[in-house]
Structure formats: C-alpha cells, structure tokens
Design a binder for this molecule. Sequence first.
Ligand code: C5P
Length: 232
Amino acid sequence: MGKDVIIALDFDSKAKTLAFLDQFTEEKPFVKIGMELYYAEGPAIVREIKARGHKIFLDLKLHDIPNTVKKAMAVLSGLDVDMTNLHAAGTKAMMEAALEGLTRPDGTRPLLIAVTQLTSTSQERMESDLLIEKPLDQVVMHYAKCAAESGLAGVVCSPLEAGKVHEVCGKDFVTVTPGVRFADGDAGDQVRITTPAKAKELGSDYIVVGRPITQAADPVAAYRRCVSEFVG
Ligand code: C5P
C-alpha cells in the first residue's frame, strides 16, 4: 500500500479552496472533500479539483437503508473519485449494497472505507446514548472486521488503532488516519493525536491532515514537512 498524505480541504467555498490549491505549483496533493465543501459547492467542485489532477477522498460518510446507499454510491461512482466512505454502523447489508452500487460496469471502483466509531464519541457517550456496553477499542475492531467481511478496502481510524486493525483485518486493509499534528504544533480540538512520523511507525497507510497545513503560514512547506516525515 503506497503511503500518502491527504489534505483535508475544510473550506466553505470554491473560491477559498482554489486559492489554497493555487499555492501548490510543483505538486498535486491527494485531497479530502468533506461535507462542508460538498454541500456548499456540489459535485461541480469534485469535477473541478479532479480536472486539476488531484486524487480525491470524498468524505461524505453515508449511512441509510441499503437500497438508498447503493443508489447514492452508484451516482458517486460517476464522479471518478479515488476513495469514499460510509458508516460501518449501517450494517454489513448496507456496506455490501454500497460496494455493489459503487462498482462501475467495467468492474473498477474507488476505494470504499468505513468509519468505525467517530473519534468524537467517548466510551461514556457510546454507553449512555448508543447503549453499546463494550470497550470502545473492541467496538472499533469489530466494525473494522465487519467492513473487511463486507469486502470494503479499509477504515478511517486513529493512528493508535492502525496496527491492531492490520492485525485483525490483514496488512492490505487500508487505514486512513486523521488526528495528526506536528510535534511543535497546536492540537486544536483533536485529543488523541500523533505526529506524521509516529503515524508512519504505527502503520497508518494514509494520514489526513487539515489545519496543520491549511492554517499554516506556509501551507506548501507544511505539506512537504508532512510528506517527508510520513512517506520519507
Ligand atoms: O484539521 P484537522 O487536521 O483536525 O482535520 C482532520 C480532518 O479529518 C477533518 O476534516 C475531520 O473532519 C476529519 N476526521 C477526523 N476524525 C475522524 C474522521 C474524520 O478528524 N474520526
């Protein structure tokens, strides 16, 4: 699995996004388009960024009945993104349907990965609000296993869980990990954080980095620092 740094394009408009990307004159970073930008600009922004030559992780976290997710994934497959995702909590039936919908007539499809438990969910909240009374890490590993059994390519997880996910689901099962900060950087609202170098050591396949790059005084330098620490 080729390791790469994915920049989270957490902007609310096309103008801000393109102004950010225009700073990258020598490289074409792999980027993540999430709900904020997608809901602001729609599929046109995906096409535009693709046309500029970037790989795209479309982070829309689908979660609905299997038939609806299958049909939505069939539409997304036409956007020609490289990676997209859903919630494993939608069950294996939903994940299998999603995979079917996402597969193009020629058999190809973007990498489909699952969100296990959001990193914003605590053990207490999971027990009180979701009535799941098991240790959080066991729940994450179970969801990862269900995703693998459904044929998905990987999961979004904490870098701290990447090694265990590989043990349970195999070394080729992709781990995409947010929560990355430079050793001398600001944590912001992320709690369980690691540096790009540590994420590499822990076995992450892709790190998703937002503010340490987008809010940096020199985003291109920050991106290059991430790549050199994580990819080497
Ligand atoms: O700015 P920062 O580096 O914290 O951005 C991390 C990105 O990864 C954000 O787009 C955030 O929504 C996303 N993400 C996350 N934790 C998850 C899933 C996605 O931080 N469990």
